[in-house]
Design a protein around this ligand. Sequence first.
Ligand code: UDP
Length: 332
Amino acid sequence: MNVLVTGGAGYIGSHAVKRLREAGHRVVVIDNLFRGHRAALASAKDVVFEQLDLRQTQPIADLLRRHQVECVMHFGALAYVGESVTEPLRYFDNNTGGTISLLAAMKDAGVKKIVFSSTCATYGQPPSMPIVETMPQSPINPYGWSKLFVERILKDVAGSDPEFCFAALRYFNVAGCAADGSIGEDHTPETHLIPVILQTALGQRPEVTILGDDYPTPDGTCVRDYIHVEDLVDAHAVVMAALRPGEQRIYNLGIGKGYSVKQVIESARRVTGCPIPAKIGPRRPGDPPELYANPQKIRQELNWQAKYTNIDDVVATAWNWFKQNPRGYPKR
Ligand code: UDP
């Protein structure tokens, strides 16, 4: 299939490009390179890359036509919860407005299939765990709203065109790096737990700050569902293959099990053999105590489930990347 990957130079997008190429798809990438890395596509010589912003509707429509794109995988987005609270307009402009522009380009070019990166942040603070897809969605930050608005827009676009189809995949905590070490994770600023822990193991940070140890969880620290990035992009490929005209598919993508911050730090100590100093700090505003998925819907409907279920295996793939690329990708 001819697939456009938006945000294809980013962490998840670049892993999706790798997965799609390995499956024999023809891949076209757009990325504005605001936070993406051209070097993340260095080995993908056959991939068409254009530095475009999602809001450049007409150039995207032309690109879709030129390459006879049949499906869009839409990863391009800003994805820091804290930043979304201080700069909400930027999040709505990029994530919601950017997707409206992308959908307009698709309409213009007659492309009717999209797999969209949604998030468990659209659920907000659910009343119980694990989270099932039918639970109410009530985000607690602009990032979650910017993605929930897109889910709503996709439903209405689908309602206006019987051939349009979409999947909204609600990610839990995406982690790890390509098992072959070829691509990885490089964010600036870095705030995600596993990279922060591994940068501490490398001596680039003096310690990890555990953001609160007084949560109502077994060890007092927050619990999250860490899904390996290669499992996550594999699910995208499976969903894309299953998606038929007129369908709307919504799935949680998680492993169905949560690990606490302390458990993740312990895991990294085992995997790296480094002491990794940690101290307790204050809670981060907007952090729900526990988030983990019920992943049964995609398992039942598409016979798909995550292969990585042990946190040590996830951390080991990230450690492999961080050890070999302590400063991340070469910078432009
Ligand atoms: N966390 C932490 N110290 C850090 C970074 C994160 O204790 O330096 C915690 C954070 O409070 C959350 C969990 O680790 O409970 C995962 O955070 P991350 O930012 O990786 O993902 P999020 O759950 O916010 O999407």
